[in-house]
Write a protein that binds this ligand. Structure first.
Ligand SMILES: [Cu+2]
Length: 70
């Protein structure tokens, strides 16, 4: 399965990056997460439900949208 790329808004520092990374890693089916601050992007490897990824990011106080699914 190809990684899902999420556009994350609201991250301002490395603390935010770690918070988003941990939140995404807790979602069932996620194998590996790469989060960058600039640009605010999370690449999620595995076979998690995208809706659960969005929900995990929102619970941390950030916004997520699918950037591309290729
Ligand atoms: Cu921060």
């Amino acid at each position: 399965m190809n990684p899902v790329t999420l556009q994350i808004t609201g991250m301002t520092c490395e603390h935010c990056v770690r918070a988003v990374t941990r939140a995404l890693e807790r979602v069932p089916g996620v194998d590996r997460v790469e989060v960058t601050l600039k640009p605010g992007v999370a690449v999620v490897h595995g076979r998690a439900d995208p809706e659960k990824l969005f929900a995990a990011v929102r619970e941390e106080g950030y916004e997520a949208a699918v950037r591309d699914e290729t």
